[in-house]
Design a protein around this ligand. Structure first.
Ligand SMILES: [Zn+2]
Length: 365
C-alpha cells in the first residue's frame, strides 16, 4: 500500500489559536513542512521514508486518498497500540513504543506529539472525568472521533477543522489507569451522538490498518481475578525514605513513596542470598495481582507497572535494577518481579487516582 505524507498545517491559523508556547510548535511545524516538501516522496508500504524518520515531530501521515490523517503527528514507528483497548473495547491507546527508554530523545519527542484532526468536520470539547481534556470531531463522513487525555487544546467552542490540522498536545489528563505515560485515547463511532453516549462500534486499530497500512502490537488481554493491592513490595524490613506527602509536594502528578531496605542499600553482586536480598539487589514483589502493562527504563531506573483492570487498580514500582517479568505477563500478588540495588519508588493508582499506598501495606513489609 502506498500512502502520502504531507503537512497541511497553516501556521497563521495556529498562531491565532495557540498561546506563545505552542506558537513555537507552529514555527517548528513550518520548518519541518518545508523540509518535508523538499525531501519526501511517497512512503513505502509499512514504513516511513528515512527523511521522515529523522525529523523529530509534526509529520502528518495521510491515508492514500488524502481523506484521513493519523491522529498523532510525529514518528509513528516510535508509537504503539493494541488491537483492542485494555478493557476489551474498540478504542486504541496510542502510546510511546514500549521499547523506548523514558529518558531517550525519541520518548521525549513522543511526549510532545500534537494530536491532529483525522478528518474534516466540526471539533468540540468533550471534557470528562475519565478522559480529562477531550475532544469530539463530528466528521463530514457522518462518523464521530473521540480524543482523550490531551495536555492542552486550543479548542474552546465548536469550530470547523480540516484533516491534519493540529488540535492540541498529547497528555495524561483524566484517569489514565492503564498507562501512566502520556498517550492518546482514540475512539470511532459510526454515527453522531449527543453527549458522551458512545457506540464505539468501529475498531480503531482495524481502521488505522485499513487507512494507513499500520498494524498493532499483539497484546491480548489475559484473564485474572479482581484484586486490590496489599502488603509491601519489599519483604525485608524497610524504611520510608520519602512519604507520599513529601513527594507529592514536589510532583503532584507522579507522587509515590520511596522505600529502602532498613539495612541500607544491599551489597554488590557478591552478596549472599539472605532475607530477600540476593545476588546484588533486594527482591521486589508485586503487591497486586494483574497484568504487567508497561516495562520501561526511566530516569528512576527500570519501572514495572501492574494493573488489575477488573478493579481499576494499578501499582508502579520504579528504580529496579533488573526485571523478572515481561510486558503482558500476568503476575500474582507476592510474586517476584525484579531486584532493586537501592531505594525504590512505589506508586498506587486507585481507579486512576493517585493515592498513598501506605494504608494498603498492613503496617509492615
Ligand atoms: Zn484508553
Amino acid at each position: 500500500m502506498s500512502r502520502l505524507i504531507r503537512n497541511t498545517v497553516c501556521t497563521e491559523t495556529l498562531a491565532m489559536r495557540f498561546g506563545d508556547q505552542l506558537h513555537r510548535v507552529a514555527a517548528a511545524t513550518l520548518l519541518i513542512a518545508l523540509a518535508a516538501a523538499a525531501l519526501l516522496g511517497e512512503g513505502h508500504a509499512g514504513r516511513l521514508p528515512r527523511a521522515a524518520a529523522a525529523s523529530p515531530a509534526d509529520e502528518v501521515l495521510f491515508s492514500a486518498n488524502g481523506e484521513y490523517a493519523f491522529p498523532l503527528a510525529g514518528k509513528i514507528a516510535d508509537m504503539a497500540w493494541t488491537h483492542y483497548h485494555w478493557n476489551g473495547g474498540n478504542a486504541v491507546d496510542i502510546l510511546a513504543s514500549p521499547l523506548l527508554v523514558a529518558s531517550s530523545a525519541a520518548f521525549r519527542a513522543f511526549e510532545r506529539s500534537p494530536a491532529v484532526a483525522v478528518t474534516a468536520g466540526i471539533v468540540s470539547r468533550a471534557d470528562n472525568e475519565l478522559g480529562g481534556t477531550a475532544l469530539v470531531i463530528r466528521g463530514d463522513d457522518r462518523r464521530e472521533y473521540y480524543y482523550a487525555h490531551l495536555a492542552s487544546t486550543w479548542v474552546t467552542k465548536p469550530v470547523g477543522v480540516r484533516a491534519g490540522e493540529i488540535l492540541g498536545m498529547v497528555g495524561r489528563t483524566g484517569r489514565w489507569t492503564q498507562y501512566i505515560e502520556r498517550h492518546l485515547h482514540f475512539a470511532i463511532s459510526s454515527r453522531w451522538h449527543q453527549g458522551l453516549r458512545w457506540k464505539n462500534d468501529i475498531n480503531a486499530a482495524e481502521w488505522i490498518r485499513a487507512e494507513f497500512g499500520l498494524g498493532w502490537i499483539d497484546q491480548t488481554p489475559k484473564p485474572y481475578p479482581p484484586a486490590y493491592p496489599r502488603g509491601s513490595p519489599l519483604h525485608v524490613p524497610y524504611r520510608l525514605v520519602r512519604t507520599f506527602a513529601q513527594v507529592r509536594a514536589q510532583n503532584p502528578d507522579l507522587a509515590s513513596i520511596e522505600l529502602a531496605p532498613s539495612g541500607g542499600a544491599p551489597a554488590g553482586d557478591g552478596a549472599r542470598a539472605s532475607g530477600g536480598i540476593v545476588g546484588g539487589g533486594a527482591a521486589v514483589y508485586t503487591t497486586l495481582t494483574g497484568e504487567v502493562r508497561v516495562l520501561r527504563g526511566t530516569v528512576l531506573g527500570l519501572r514495572i507497572q501492574v494493573t488489575n483492570r477488573r478493579t481499576n487498580q494499578t501499582v508502579v514500582l520504579s528504580g529496579l535494577a533488573r526485571s523478572r517479568v515481561q510486558t503482558g505477563d500476568v503476575v500474582e500478588r507476592g510474586g517476584l518481579v525484579g531486584y532493586a540495588a537501592g531505594p525504590i519508588d512505589y506508586m498506587y493508582f486507585d481507579e486512576g487516582r493517585l493515592a498513598d499506598p501506605v494504608p494498603t501495606m498492613g503496617g509492615r513489609g
